[in-house]
Design a protein around this ligand. Sequence first.
Ligand code: CU
Length: 503
Amino acid sequence: MLVVVTKTTPLPPVRATSSTARGRALTALAAAGALLLGGCASDTSADAGAGTVVSAAASTSVEEAVSHSGQVSVTLTAAETQLSYDGVTRWAMTYNGQATGPTIRVHPGDTMTITVVNHLSKPTSLHTHGLHVSPDQDNVFLTVEPGQSRTYRYDIPMDQQAGTYWYHPHVHHLTAEQVASGLSGAIIVEDATDTSLARTTTDRVLVINDPPLTRSNPWTADEATTSGMGSMMGGDAMMGNGSGVDMMTAMLGRSGPRLLTNGRDGVALTDSGGTLERVHVVNATASSQLRLAYDGARMLRLSTTGGRLPTPEEVSSVDLAPGERTELVLVPGSNGGALTAQRLSNEGSGGVVTNPELIATVAADAGTNVSALPRTMKADSRDLFASDATVARTRTITLDGHMNPTIDGVPFDPNTVNLEAKLGTVEEWTIVSNSPMAHPIHLHTWPFQIQGQQGWTDMVTVPAYGTHVIRVVFDDFAGTTVLHCHILDHEDTGMMNVIRVVA
Ligand SMILES: [Cu+2]
């Protein structure tokens, strides 16, 4: 089996300098009080444990595994690690010792093989978020025990939409901790449109998370109450489920002091050689709704969370729930440009809770020739809401609860099937929220469409006391998997149901 791992073009960390775009952006952000640098890491020798100490140079780029002759094989070794950060180090859980797991690039029809080696002290597992693959292959009921390994094989179907997907652990009660601590990476599915785009764009992957910036794991039981992570209101009543966070954090979802991009305080996109800057963006946070904005000349969106749009569209901002992705072209102004993100509240009617945080700067000499982009892109043109569409079944799904949110009032039990659907049918779900929080609901395996919104997705964010109608096409694969809230502390406390699709 061919294994090709190459380093991508390194993305140097951003340093404030003069009147460059990055300096301008950092100055503006610092003035807004948004640069909440960790600053709590110092000597790390006592905390290194069995982890690997990596150098700053090694942590400044994301490795890539690219499929050749229809195959790609990757090993992901999960371990606790000390990463260089802000001149010192921070504790993290990593794949292969890197702040961001390797990017895996595949095509429809490829076979992707991933071996997870678990050097953590607790079980882990793997989920390929958004991929339309068999639930028997993307099996989230399996675990990889400490000291063990497991090899997952995924047959990417020919009808897999090109776009931005990602992988992360999915062990009940442990998902929030492991994802928030850094275990994730991007999967990019490429098709003929990518071949066309590659002629005129420089392709980057930006994995955004907000991990703890502490010397050791802040979610061990005796430290949780003083970590201050994710809890805007404090509180020290511990959850009884081993999640390692207080009740308020479990309710709001855990989040770190600032957003990191590929493990750093923003990255500089400086070496495009005059081509357009194209970025695949993954919201890999455990609970943070992001609002992306850009102050350069133009921002064009090529993909929604679930695949390509038929044509590039100009946007002024893009909202990404935790777990969602997008693909953007960033056209610089005369001084370049800065891509920023604000974190939105999950409570009530939402809204901004942080000032803009820097994600990436675009150099002023990057390409500006938007007319070089393909006018039409390969996209799945099916409209599940077309007037002549056939719906086999309708159901209402209710999101309940505040401190212990659930789906249809039933906490997760891996041995109980909560919903059963028939292979080859389309269902319409009205998802009604009786909850005072927004919940980004994710369905595995089968992509869907949201009424009133364009494009495909695998996630729908239902606002507090709001309703969304979605239509799901249960094609290609029978089997059993889950739907759940992607505020991962909600998933871990039971906001997850089992769905079985039968032939
Ligand atoms: Cu939720």
